[in-house]
Design a protein around this ligand. Structure first.
Ligand SMILES: C[S@@+](CC[C@H](N)C(=O)[O-])C[C@H]1O[C@@H](n2cnc3c(N)ncnc32)[C@H](O)[C@@H]1O
Length: 276
């Protein structure tokens, strides 16, 4: 089996488990709540991840932000480059993106409502993909299309532990079986190698939105997560409360599921003007 086939098989196994255990509700994390949480002030002090992105983008560049969501990175980059194009299939994300751009007075950023694999005629000097690859089943065509669309560079960023896996221990506690993990950097890098791409890899502190400051807030965040069927919330609450200290860790960002550690972002980048 190739690395790309293994990636697809993992996504299929995950979806089969979700459908069996959790039912048919879509679980893409693209709804209004997620969109609001992923919104960030474009003028904020740059995090290490944002500072790294700034170092890769110049004033004459067009940045194509694939799955750019509410513009957490794209809108900050728009303040420093010619144009940002956010291509994303989630309308709730588009609404937050447009609202955030308008509030910050940013006029050089546009939203295109489309899945990346369906999008046509889009290019950028820099193609950016942050916290998206663990939702993508058809990873090989997705990556090929990123490479083809990038006039100079592709940048992919993903948390060392992908967010869909943060509640792994909670899932086992409530459903009594191991959750099939979404693919992370360990699965992604070999797919790139198969495509003949040898990227630079940099590890930085994770750039995750703040976590709840209180135990009650952490409990509510867990109970409204995608890993749990809404019908199972009342049954899950006392179980999680009883195991709170095993499941959560207090960090400077708030209460975090223990499984989210190491709290790092993996930045994978390569120049498309090189042989690959
Ligand atoms: C966790 S959010 C990340 C948003 C943003 N990049 C960020 O870092 O804040 C994942 C995003 O990927 C988008 N997405 C999922 N599948 C996609 C696809 N096939 N093509 C483009 N975007 C996709 C979702 O709509 C969502 O906005």
């Amino acid at each position: 089996m190739t690395a790309a086939e293994a990636y697809v098989a993992r996504m299929d196994a995950r979806l089969a488990q979700q459908t069996r255990v959790l039912g048919e509700e879509p679980r893409t994390g693209q709804g209004g709540g997620a969109a609001q949480r992923l919104r960030a002030d474009p003028h904020r002090e740059p995090s290490p991840v944002l500072a790294f992105l700034f170092s890769l983008v110049g004033p004459d560049d067009t940045v194509l932000d694939v799955g750019g969501g509410a513009g957490r990175y794209g809108l900050s980059l728009a303040l420093r480059c010619r144009e940002v194009i956010n291509v994303d299939p989630a309308l709730a994300m588009g609404e937050q993106f447009q609202a955030s751009a308008a509030e910050a007075g940013i006029g050089n950023a546009r939203f295109i409502h489309s899945d990346w694999l369906q999008a046509q005629g889009l290019e950028g000097d820099v193609v950016l993909v942050t916290q998206v690859t663990f939702f993508i089943r058809d990873i090989e065509p997705f990556l090929r299309k990123l490479r083809a669309a990038a006039r100079r560079r592709v940048v992919i960023s993903l948390q060392a532990v992908p967010p869909p896996n943060h509640y792994w221990a909670f899932f086992r506690l409530v459903y009594g079986e191991d959750q099939v993990e979404a693919p992370g950097y360990r699965e992604l890098l070999p797919v790139l190698w198969e495509l003949g791409i040898l990227p630079d890899v940099r590890i930085l502190s994770a750039d995750f939105p703040r976590r709840p400051d209180t135990q009650e807030g952490a409990l509510e965040a867990a109970l409204t997560g995608n890993w749990l069927r809404s019908e199972d919330r009342e049954r899950a609450r006392p179980l999680i409360e009883a195991h709170f200290d095993e499941l959560f860790v207090r960090t400077p960002r708030g209460y975090e599921p223990r499984e989210a550690s190491p709290s790092k972002d993996v930045l994978v980048t390569w120049e498309t003007t090189e042989a690959s």
